[in-house]
Ligand binder design. Structure first.
Ligand code: CDT
Length: 322
């Protein structure tokens, strides 16, 4: 018998600055119930689902900053989601800003099983953007001002009848994210994202946002023989347009379900976790084919170290075309 998991990717349209947590949770509940009616066992909500994408604006007022963060999960505003999910017997993943008791600020995703128990929290590792106020931009991407990198790396957990891992937004662009989980046998990865279409450091990349999104998610899925659920919070939020295109990728790298809108939308797929076996035990049989002795540079070195330059006038150089 195949291990079949009905997965819903609950895409969100924008959350504006003045929308309350309670308003947002009402939207999440609506999608949870829709997914439940369609037989979902796991619903994946996006990154920072409870608020607007606040890192697009600068603040150095710590009280104002901390107001975007949850100090407990579930808290009073999110408890109705936990209660309803448990009542319906549906598990979920939810992205939110977490302020820990020790005072750490993380971009976190919580995984909750069908009986309401918290399986794990994942704290985003790759923190993109910048950390100082750059008011020349049409909007900012200040994640490096608001969040610390998660200290725990990429774990996987036995849940939902398989081996499940989590990653968040920018993590999806780094192959190491998937491979670290792939080496732990991951069968399904949940990834929420907020991706502005406009990329201020190089607007030439704007038109490629969807291509790059799919490229990374499909590659991560195929190269590690795992399902990948990519879930957007997109649309036009505070005047900033962000990518939608929520999609579920099979271990073959193929898209099996895709959002049609730029609003709240439930996208469903029947994910056969046993399909992972086909890829994990053929082309990507890691214990047979990997050559880790040649990969040490990946963990020993952070940035690029190029070979020494050729001397001036060397025939293998390129002449200045003038
Ligand atoms: N949320 C998040 O990680 N977004 C980034 C935007 C990168 S541009 C600074 C992403 O990789 O989609």
């Amino acid at each position: 018998m195949n291990r079949v998991l009905n997965v819903a990717a609950a895409q969100m349209g924008p959350v504006q600055r003045d929308h309350s947590r309670a308003d947002v949770v009402e939207r999440l509940l609506l999608m949870l119930r829709t997914a439940g009616r369609r037989g979902a066992q796991l619903v994946v909500f996006p990154e920072l689902a409870l608020t607007t994408f606040f890192p697009r604006r600068w603040s150095d007022d710590q009280r104002e900053i901390d107001a975007w963060f949850e100090t407990e999960m579930p808290g009073p505003e999110t408890k109705p989601l936990f209660d309803e999910a448990a009542r319906l017997g549906i598990g979920f993943c939810l992205g939110y800003a977490e302020l820990t008791q020790e005072g750490h600020h993380y971009n976190t995703q919580v995984m909750v099983e069908r009986d309401g128990r918290i399986v794990a929290k994942y704290r985003k590792v790759h923190i993109p953007g910048h950390d100082s106020n750059e008011p020349w931009r049409p909007f900012q991407h200040l994640e490096r001002h608001y969040f610390e990198s998660g200290p725990d790396g990429f774990g996987v957990w036995r849940a939902f009848g398989g081996i499940v891992g989590m990653a968040t937004c920018n993590d999806r662009r780094w192959p190491e994210t998937y491979r670290v989980m792939g080496l732990q046998g991951v069968e399904l990865i949940t990834i929420g994202y907020n991706t502005p279409i406009h990329y201020a450091p190089d607007p030439g990349q704007n038109a490629l946002q969807l291509f790059h999104n799919d490229l990374c998610l499909a590659g991560g899925a195929y190269q590690n023989g795992t399902w990948v659920v990519g879930v957007a919070k997109g649309g036009t939020e505070e005047g900033v347009e962000s990518l939608c295109q929520t999609a579920i990728f099979a271990p073959s790298g193929q898209v099996v379900a895709r959002a049609l809108t730029t609003s709240d939308e439930v996208v469903m797929a029947v994910c056969d976790l046993d399909l992972c076996f086909k890829f994990k035990h053929t082309l990507f049989q890691m214990d047979r084919y990997r050559e880790p002795q040649h990969y040490t540079i990946i963990t020993n070195q952070k940035g690029v170290v190029e070979p020494p330059p050729l001397p001036d006038g060397h025939p293998w150089g390129l002449a200045d075309p003038k």
